[in-house]
Design a protein around this ligand. Sequence first.
Ligand SMILES: Nc1nc2c(ncn2[C@@H]2O[C@H](COP(=O)(O)OP(=O)(O)OP(=O)(O)O)[C@@H](O)[C@H]2O)c(=O)[nH]1
Ligand SMILES: [Mg+2]
Ligand SMILES: [Zn+2]
Length: 313
Amino acid sequence: MIPGLILRGVGGAYWVHEADGRVTAAKPRGIFRRRRLSPLPGDRVFCTESGDDDFPYTIEEIAERRNALVRPPVANLERCFITVALADPAPDFELVDKLGIICRVHNIEPLIIWTKTDLAPEELAGHRLQYTASGWPQYESSLEQQPVASLEAEIDGHLVSFAGASGTGKSTLTNALLGEEVMAAGEISEKLGRGRHTTRHVELFRSGRGWIADTPGFSQLELDQLGILPEETIQGYPEFEHYAPACRFPGCRHIQEPDCAVRQAVADRPELIPRYDRYTLFRELLEAEEPWLLRRRRGQLPPPGLPLSSNRF
Ligand SMILES: Nc1nc2c(ncn2[C@@H]2O[C@H](COP(=O)(O)OP(=O)(O)OP(=O)(O)O)[C@@H](O)[C@H]2O)c(=O)[nH]1
Ligand SMILES: [Mg+2]
Ligand SMILES: [Zn+2]
């Protein structure tokens, strides 16, 4: 079978990229529809020749997934560049932390890019300090200096996406990374008459030996809507996860339990306070939701790690 990567899917039709760079239109076998399993951009697939000129390939198999998200609909994301502007718009740290939680729960590595550092350079050090203990890589970007080479190194061989509030410079950085390629893709889309749809669908763009997923709407996120469970909140805070094994109670929530190593660490290290306060905010918000409702919403995500092999259909 022919191995490929799904770059884009619209209305049941897919673009499959092969190692030699060719992109071929494909339709999945009916079995996927009957199982309510759709290939997603980012899926590794195996195809056969269909004999149909319009859709020369049939998608026969979807390789096991690292993860799969509904919003944005994309599979196998490995890294997420969280963009935060220093001003215009002002930083939304709750959004940053929510993105961090979602990333870690779905096995995606978060990275932070502080953008528009030309607008409020004096605030950068304080913002960075909040995230130092998380261990997440942090980059800076301004009109004069974009961290293109560093980001290219982070993208190399991986599937990444940008996420962050509107106006924080995602498109600006994506264009800097993709240069003419994305414009070329835009011209092709006009010829194919799909220009109108460009913001509504995820599409993967080549960047060196990696891929950037252009994902509209990654910023409108509510943890409860995504089915994140209260006890998973801590995963977005690796600096607290690190202390948790030393807590007195195994199920410690790190909020009011006695002999809590996380609370002790926060008392000793004031730079941990802002993220700790948001941790407790999100944890308590999720604890106020019905657990069964959260689990059901989580269950509506596309199945990750579902190996499908043709000999089973
Ligand atoms: N001063 C300054 N302006 C910037 C910088 N980066 C981007 N901008 C400007 O900020 C505005 C928004 O940037 P975009 O790249 O469109 O932001 P976005 O994150 O793609 O926004 P959405 O598509 O709405 O989600 C544009 O007018 C950019 O020119 C920067 O480093 N400094
Ligand atoms: Mg944009
Ligand atoms: Zn604790």
